[in-house]
Write a protein that binds this ligand. Structure first.
Ligand SMILES: CC(C)(COP(=O)(O)OP(=O)(O)OC[C@H]1O[C@@H](n2cnc3c(N)ncnc32)[C@H](O)[C@@H]1OP(=O)(O)O)[C@@H](O)C(=O)NCCC(=O)NCCS
Length: 171
């Protein structure tokens, strides 16, 4: 199953499209609000920086047994991009484990987009032998905790870089 390659995932309102370098221009606008970085650190990328970043991501992980799977989130009716989801999938003796993350641009927040995209992502991972899904979430990040809860993850007692590890066993 490794390397795992992202495929288009359809949910009720969304298409999760495998990331392409060409998405960088539109995504630079979607991700332009500095407020998106409150809990995840950093600052918004320019279109040029994002293009270079997407080139690295789409080239894939240099580590054997690890897959970088990235999608942009398209709101189908509006035919526009609204954010992204990602999964770093690592093979092990039982199949694979995935660390996931989600970001939705400020104008599209609070419409259930992150929840719907994350649920679609986890359903796809489940179909590809991923037995454990994890996410690291800042303890004050209510929106991300709500997304994780709606996707079936629960907080563990483990911490990493000031964030709580959330986990879901998918089988
Ligand atoms: C976290 C994030 C992806 C949520 O996106 P979203 O599309 O607005 O999320 P949803 O609409 O699916 O909402 C999920 C839940 O969060 C709640 N929520 C959304 N924004 C919120 C906010 N600013 N404060 C408190 N709760 C919030 C919603 O009410 C909903 O809760 P409910 O299911 O109990 O009704 C978005 O805020 C974001 O991109 N933040 C910055 C990037 C980031 O920190 N990503 C996390 C990395 S793991």
């Amino acid at each position: 199953m490794i390397p795992l390659r992202p495929e288009t995932i359809h949910t009720d309102r969304l298409a999760l499209l495998p990331l392409q370098v060409e998405h960088a221009g539109e995504m630079a606008t979607v991700l332009s609000d500095p407020g998106l970085h409150t809990f995840i650190g950093g600052t918004p990328d320019t279109a040029q920086d994002l293009r270079a970043h997407y080139e690295r991501l789409t080239a894939g992980s240099p580590r054997p047994g690890e897959s970088w799977c990235n999608w942009v989130i398209q709101l189908r009716d509006a035919a526009c991009l609204t954010g992204y989801v990602q999964a770093t999938v690592t093979a092990d003796d039982h199949g694979a484990a995935a660390e996931i993350a989600w970001v939705v641009g400020t104008p599209w927040q609070r419409r259930g987009i992150a929840t719907e995209a994350t649920q679609g992502l986890i359903a796809w991972l489940r179909k590809h032998s991923v037995h454990t899904v994890i996410a690291h979430i800042h303890p004050n990040h209510q929106a991300s905790a709500a997304v994780a809860t709606a996707a079936g993850l629960t907080p563990t007692g483990q911490w990493h870089d000031g964030e709580t590890r959330w986990q879901l066993a998918t089988n």
